[in-house]
Structure formats: C-alpha cells, structure tokens
Design a protein around this ligand. Sequence first.
Ligand code: ZN
Length: 331
Amino acid sequence: MRKQKYDLDEELTKPYFKLENVVNGIFTAANTLYGINMEELKDVPSYNPNVVTTYKVTDAEGNLLGIFTTDYLPRPSKRGGAWMNNIREQYVDAQGNMVRPIIVNVGNLEEYLTIDEVQTVFHEFGHALHGLLTQCNYPSVSGTNVTRDFVETFSQFNENWAFQPELLAQYAKNEKGEVIPAELVEKINNALKFNQGFMTTELCAASILDMKWHELESIEGIDIDDFEQQVCQQMGLIPEIGPRYRTTYFNHIFSSGYSAGYYGYLWAEVLDKDAFSVFEASGNVWNKELATRFKQTFLERGGSEEPMVLYEQFAGRKPDNDAFLRGRGLK
Ligand SMILES: [Zn+2]
C-alpha cells in the first residue's frame, strides 16, 4: 500500500544513502547546529580495532568534548538492533578535574541504508550528542542519565534533521556524486506519514495496557487474556487494531525497565516535535541561536534538573500535542 499510495520505491532511494555518506550527514548536522567537530583517530585503544572507527569530538573553540566510536557493521557474534552506550560517563572528579565521556554507537547496517535505517543512525547519534555535550558534575545525572520518559526526546529530536533538503544536498549523494532528486525527497517525507493513525493507536493502546497492569495491587485470579480484552474494551479499541505488544510478549514492561513507562516513547515525541516546532516557527530549522539554547538547556544538563523545568526554560512555555500530531500527519 505504501508503494501504491506513495509510490516510494526504496530501491531508488538506497543508492543515495551509503552508510559513510549518512555518517557524514549526522556530523554535518551537528557541526551546523552545535559547532562541534569530529576528527578520526587512528591507532587508539578500542574493544576491536578491526570493526570500530573512533573520533575525537571538539567544540567550536577546539576544546575536547569526548571520544565517539562507531561500530555499525554486522558480525556473527553481535546482538541485533542499534544502540548507544557510554563506555565512560562524563563527570567532575573529587579533585575537580573534568572527565570527558567515551560514547559508542552500535548498529547492524549494510553498505546502503533504507529510510528507516537512516533515521536509526540519526536517532542513535542523538543519544550520542546527549552523552558527548554534557557538562554535569555527577555521573549519575550526566548525559543520557535522565528519566526514562525524557531520554528518547533527544534521539528523536535528532531525527528531525535527517531529511531536511539543505542537509540532504550535502550528504545524500549516489556513486556519481548526484544529489537525491527533490521529487524523491518529497516522496520520502510523505511516506513517513504512512499508516500513522494505526501506529499511533497501537502505541497508545500498549501504553495504557502497561499502566493498567502496573496499577494492579494483586494478580490473584487474573486471567491474562481476559484482563487484556477488558482493558482494550475500556479504551474503545477497535478489533482491527491491537496493542503494539500483547501482554505475554510485552518485554519492555516486565523486564526491560519500562514498567509503567512505555508511554515514554510517545511522550518524548511530544517533547521532541514541540521543541522542533520552535525551530520551525523561527523560519529557519538551522537557527544557530536556538540550537545553542537547545544545547545549553538540554544537552549539557542531563538529569541535573526536572525535565519540565528545562523544557519551559527552552520553549518559554509547556509543550502541547499540536506538533506531535502534525508530525505524524494526523492534523
Ligand atoms: Zn533511542
């Protein structure tokens, strides 16, 4: 249906999204917004010199921000998926010395990326920026050590730049060096809104189901399927749409730290899209002044302050769901 309605053929887009070009894209975006520079380091210690690329990250004045390592390619012993890890947190030690972070982005990517994978690379680098730009005293609250319903704000926020025409013109080039045609970019941006009614509903349903399980004070005599059915009925879910995860394999909420917190993905998106709308409202999504404020208010401060206090400092108001709905094509 996506191909039919939106006429987007990923075989046509893939040649423009070579992994090394996309990496160039995330670095260019970060340089434009936050003034940071990445310099590749050779012969530095790493867990596997054959598979990782390591960069020294500096700010506009040349000060060291941290070390960033990428480990994007698949290999037989590797876990699936993509993630960001802190090899070392940022903190100020007992003698008052600044310790800068060491951050890694891991993936399982081929040489040419799908649209989804391009977003993943921007996403994980958003976490990496949160980890690298941090300026906190304590490792327990530096970088991405923020509340669970806040942490995805910065990874998702970074995805907003992936398909901006000005950036694509710099990184999305095929073997001949031709930039991705505008018509294809328009198709990508339209296709990103495909099926969002369904997806938003299944995510909301899973979030509510999660809450309902964790509101229980006792599970005595509860039948899992009956309970799930009941919750779905209460929320008025139509039979054609189920919760994103059914109870019996809803890993997030029983063993992965998202107990009563699955809503965090959607809530972070409300924040990330609302924050991005501040950039849009300025008439320039590459607004440096706003990017600096974003960096100083959020990326440098980790979990050292309440999320909503930080949010109001950045936007001058509380977020609303308008930009979230527009971002998903629902408004
Ligand atoms: Zn993430």
